[in-house]
Design a binder for this molecule. Sequence first.
Ligand code: KG4
Ligand code: ZN
Length: 337
Amino acid sequence: MLVLGIESSCDECAASVVRDGREILSDIVATQIPLHERFQGVVPEIASRTHLEWIKGVVERALGEAKIGVRDLDGIAATARPGLVGSLLVGLSFAKGMAWSLDKPFLAVNHILAHLYAPELEEEIPYPFLGLLVSGGHSIIARVEDFDRIEVLGTTIDDAAGEAFDKVSKHYGFGYPGGLAIDRLAEKGDPEAFNFPKPRLHKGGHTYDVSYSGLKTAVIRQLENYRRPGALTSPENIAASFRKAAIDILVDRLLRAAEDTGLRRIVAGGGVAANAYLRSQLSSRIDFEVHFPSLKLCGDNGAMIAGLAARHFMRGESSGFDTGVSARVPLYRRLDR
Ligand code: KG4
Ligand code: ZN
């Protein structure tokens, strides 16, 4: 089964052809980061217009690298939610148009489920497992029962993990997104130099929820102190202590969820899953089976969309052409496609 997957929920214009839900034949990711960098964040209007300009070329490259023609496809899929509405509309409409004109099945994909499916493209992982999805838009701890069924146990009550890295990075004067730059700087510092505050949950929060606003404020204050004459610390130490605190928040909740659910298998996904400290903290645990996708599959990509869609197509499932996009998905309930 050959499936084309299109991803355009944010600032990556991506398309990929995947065989049988597992074998990646092509994986094209055209990033818009240089266009948004000077605004220190993604500008929705620029994102959707750029997707519109790029989408045809990106899909053609994906088909070309996979050495197939459109008629060889068995199904066409695109991200439908959550994400930037204008950006989602470009990919979803393109996929619908292709599917309709070629008379092929079409599937609208949930981006969160697709990130949690990404590691399956590289190794077979039995369900159920605990999923950790950490990116610029999400911080989700979930019980993943199958590729089409998750139960969200915890999420962020303010910023997403990647967003916290990006905001701290902005104060360092690094470009957007800044997670990788902070991660690299942190490698040279002492993670014990500062004991940054760990969040206590707000009233009404859920046990596995995370929060980044307090940590972010404390780190930014420390950065301002460091810039004063006679300061005794270094930017590396602040970065290392921030990274440790930001990742420990996630790991603490994840281990608590593992304890409570009895699940010993952990699968991570999303851009922050590329973080070196997170990878070493989880991988060093011998009491868990931990799976990380390769760095290329951590960020947004079309392969995770095609892979997940193939599993649905194999069951004879498809979406109607009246399926729309949505900016958000409701959390704290079972998520399905
Ligand atoms: O999954 P992704 O590519 O896009 C979203 O769906 O958001 O994630 C991008 C996010 C950005 O916030 C970026 O700063 C962060 O992932 N990120 C990292 C690292 N690499 C990317 N954060 C921490 N450490 C990294 N090594
Ligand atoms: Zn994503």
